[in-house]
Design a protein around this ligand. Structure first.
Ligand SMILES: [Zn+2]
Length: 96
């Protein structure tokens, strides 16, 4: 069996959009290793997504509260503006 060219079409394989979609799963270690690899690769290759992750990493807990269980009350210690921003991002996503 020839080595499969799994790694051949590397750069640009994942779009920023896909990266964004997978980012939460990645940060939560919910992805199989090969998906993590592609997410990681995009992360390494894409400066914008690195900035994106840095910006959103700290708000992951709040993000989970909003994205995972939108109908549940959000903890009081989460800044209101953050919730609003995340809700807005979610709604924008949903209508796209
Ligand atoms: Zn990107």
């Amino acid at each position: 069996m020839k080595p499969v060219a799994v790694f051949a079409p590397l750069p640009g394989m994942m779009t920023c959009r896909e990266f964004e979609d997978l980012m939460y799963a990645y940060l939560e270690h919910e992805l199989p290793w090969y998906r993590r690899l592609f997410v990681w690769l995009h992360f390494v290759l894409c400066r914008e997504c690195r900035a994106y992750v840095r910006r959103y990493n700290y708000s992951l807990e709040a993000g989970k509260a909003v994205f995972a269980a939108p109908e549940e009350p959000v903890p009081d210690d989460v800044p209101r503006e953050l919730i609003a921003a995340l809700r807005k991002a979610r709604d924008r996503k949903a209508t796209e």
